[in-house]
Design a protein around this ligand. Sequence first.
Ligand code: NAD
Length: 343
Amino acid sequence: MAELKGALIGCGFFAVNQMHGWRDAEGARIVAICDRDPARLKAVGDEFGITRRYTSAEDLFADGGFDFVDIATTVGSHRALVEMATRRGIATICQKPIAPSMEDAKAMVAACAKAGVPFMVHENFRWQSPIRAAKAAIDSGAIGEVFWGRVSFRSAYDVFSGQPYLATGKRFIIEDLGIHALDIARFLLGDASAVTARTQRVNPDIAGEDVATMLLDHHGGVTSVVDCSYATKLPVEPFPETLLEIDGSKGTLRLSQGYRLSVHSRDATRVEGVEPRLLPWASPPWHNIQESVALIQGHWIECLRAGREPETSGRDNLKTFALVEASYRGAAEGRTVPLAEFL
Ligand code: NAD
């Protein structure tokens, strides 16, 4: 089968991981890149040997010659770029968060549906191999019927040095990091119908919230707690591990710091190391996230070829993004917010 050709827009902090992933991907390669910042464009172009370079996305699309576009810019540009792609009928991947508002997110999903173009949100945390291992254990039935869960990300890692814009936005941890944890909760425990949230700002030097605690009501009666913090100073820094506690009718599952997965049921307790692979281009502690980039890209190639909807399609991701919006509204108004207010 012919190799898929891709273009990447946004050659910033995270896109370098995406470029590494594409370089090693089977069945796809990046043929053109775009960034409005010429220095970043040059750095990525030189590192990955890409000669077709653009400072304008309009010019990139006008020249064409690719099957899909990978949008790795920050959120403010997502809608305009996705709509540009749909006008050219180009299959699209867009980084999370999908959009700054639910209205924009819905418009993007509708535009892709109308144009008949595949649309995936790069929601990669559910593709982390320790999270996939936990999902497989739950699906095996080992812990029985799940009734409660916790998805937790607590750290004091300095994310602001690599991504300074994170310190300046009115919204911070739920939109940037909590969004991943909320998506994992949906992935493991099913869709949610309502959320109750509290937010705090501990670091006085940033504009948004750096601590958030969410209580989710899932369809089917499961309750979960999704908590995240960038103000939690632990003896051993766990960044960027997402930890899990899942209780079922026959046992329990725990994904603990150091990538230890323990599955306890009536007859046995199985403990295994589920450390992610260290890809040749990866660097700890980021290797967990870096591996998930390669895995979601492989999923995209497979889906595009098979004409299948990706797991984290735009349509699916509206349900994760609705949890983000509902958490902010609920925290501001001090009430439980039904997701029906957004979906
Ligand atoms: P960044 O600011 O380092 O990079 C963004 C780049 O996009 C910049 O170089 C900027 O010049 C370019 N850009 C912006 N608008 C443009 C436009 N209209 N046309 C061309 N170029 C444009 O940001 P980042 O930290 O790399 O984040 C990018 C996205 O990736 C964000 O949405 C962020 O939330 C997401 N992200 C995801 C993960 C993950 O694990 N999935 C991790 C980090 C960041």
